[in-house]
Write a protein that binds this ligand. Structure first.
Ligand code: GTP
Ligand code: MG
Length: 419
């Protein structure tokens, strides 16, 4: 069930419902029918207008549907009223996404995060479950039992929520220590809409066997891999959870520790599936979520993936003219991988610190060692000392200083930072 709201988003109703269909299928439902309405105002009781609820009831009967899935978020009260009127289960997009996440969560971190989001979602909706129960038992006298039960359950859920929050804080502390140890390495994170090919790209670049599947939200954990081959200095590449329009707020909050791989990255590769008709609005959603995460000021590269699926090459040419700085590739054929590597190195080089180093001629044999630790952009052997201009990655300066100290350097060292 979809609705066009007066505020209207960038995504068309058709696209959003098509996506909902995909989500429902991923979650194991068999979509039987689709209904939509253009709303001028939301009915506080049932979200939809009276007539539409009646029509929906007929569709439910016709298909003998067990569940109606709303593309918009419903309040606990609206859900309750609709269940009463339609006599079947009502869920909304948020819950559907939570179901998928729950199914796909494998690690301790992902499981804890999803469970937390689910409980937060369930808490205000408990009355509805108990409402069912007391109705089934029939007697008004049982209502009080129900009420007490709800309060008991609420308390249990609240306890569970705070337990999970503590567990996540612990996980976060562990990750913080991990991150500290990687401080001096350039961190690149793959971000983007679900199913655009982030994990495929991770595998292409690292040879890692990250799960790649043609389903929504295949990845729920941030996998981090070190790449040394083909890069002048090692980089860390992180694959992250896919994003989607109307991602439940509790889920984003709960996935904070996973999404921290994005927040603490030096460079974001914003991956898009260029063969998807809605890729532009998917990119907008990604940018909006990155803004919410406070990650919109991080350096980024646009990466248009799946070019092998675009039949009309003139469309690609036109798009390339429009986004000259973007990288175009196919994880399937490997086309464009070299261009991506070069672009990443280009971004990295911009971040390197510049230094001027003087060595005496006895230290000439250190130069090859220094080259392993930094880019030498200029070298001058004409003066009294050897003068090197360097571009060093984080931590590189310290390593060179240690190298010089070990050889009892007598030059000026790295004292003069270049602009
Ligand atoms: N034709 C084609 N298919 C691709 C390409 N890259 C990825 N795919 C397919 O797209 C689907 C999704 O790929 P994933 O790498 O799992 O996508 P993801 O972005 O990690 O998805 P989530 O983890 O769900 O967010 C898979 O079926 C891949 O085989 C490509 O360049 N061309
Ligand atoms: Mg993935």
């Amino acid at each position: 069930m979809g609705a066009v709201l007066p505020a209207g988003g960038a995504v068309s109703l058709e696209s959003s419902l098509e996506e909902l269909d995909g989500l429902a299928t991923t979650a194991g439902y068999e979509p039987a029918g689709v209904l939509s309405q253009r709303l001028t105002r939301i009915n506080p009781k049932t979200f939809l207008g009276e007539g539409k609820v009646e029509e929906l009831g007929q569709v439910v009967k016709m298909h003998d549907a067990e569940v109606v899935i709303f593309d918009e978020d419903l309040s606990p009260g609206q859900t309750r009223n609709l269940e009463k009127e339609l006599g079947c289960r009502i869920i909304d997009r948020s819950w559907l996404i939570l179901e998928i996440f729950n199914e796909h969560a494998h690690t301790r971190e992902a499981k804890t995060q999803v469970e937390l989001a689910r409980l937060k979602y369930a808490l205000p909706r408990l009355t509805r479950m108990w409402g069912h129960l007391s109705r089934q038992r029939g007697g008004i006298g049982l209502k009080d039992v129900g009420e007490t039960q709800i309060q008991l359950d609420r308390r249990l859920i609240r306890n569970e929520i705070s337990k999970l929050e503590k567990k996540l804080q612990q996980i976060e502390r562990e990750k913080k220590t991990q991150r500290k140890s990687r401080q001096s390495i350039y961190k690149v994170a793959l971000v983007g809409y679900t199913n655009v090919g982030k994990s495929s790209l991770m595998n292409q670049m690292t040879g890692a066997g990250t799960l790649v599947e043609d389903k929504l939200f295949a990845t729920l954990d941030a996998t981090v891999r070190k790449i040394q081959k083909n890069f002048p200095f090692p980089i860390l590449l992180a694959d992250t959870v896919g994003l989607i329009n109307k991602l439940p707020h509790d889920l984003v909050a709960s996935f904070k520790s996973t999404l921290d791989e994005v927040r603490y990255a030096d460079l974001l590769l914003k991956v898009e599936d260029v063969s998807h008709p809605d890729h532009a609005s998917h990119a907008e959603t990604t940018d909006r979520l990155l803004h919410e995460l406070g990650a919109d000021t991080i350096d980024s590269l646009r990466v248009f993936n799946k070019i092998d699926r675009v039949a009309d090459k003139s469309v690609l040419e036109e798009a390339k003219r429009r986004y000259p700085d973007a990288v175009w590739l196919s994880c399937k054929t490997g086309e464009g991988m070299e261009a991506l590597r070069k672009s990443i190195v280009g971004c990295y080089e911009k971040k390197l610190g510049g230094y001027r180093l003087e060595l005496d001629y006895e230290q000439t044999r250190l130069v090859p060692e220094i080259r392993k630790l930094a880019f030498v952009t200029r070298e001058d052997y004409s003066g009294e000392n050897i003068v090197l201009h360097l571009k060093a990655p984080p931590g590189g300066k310290e390593k060179i200083e240690a190298l010089l100290a070990a050889f009892k350097a007598s030059g000026d060292g790295l004292a003069v930072p270049l602009p």
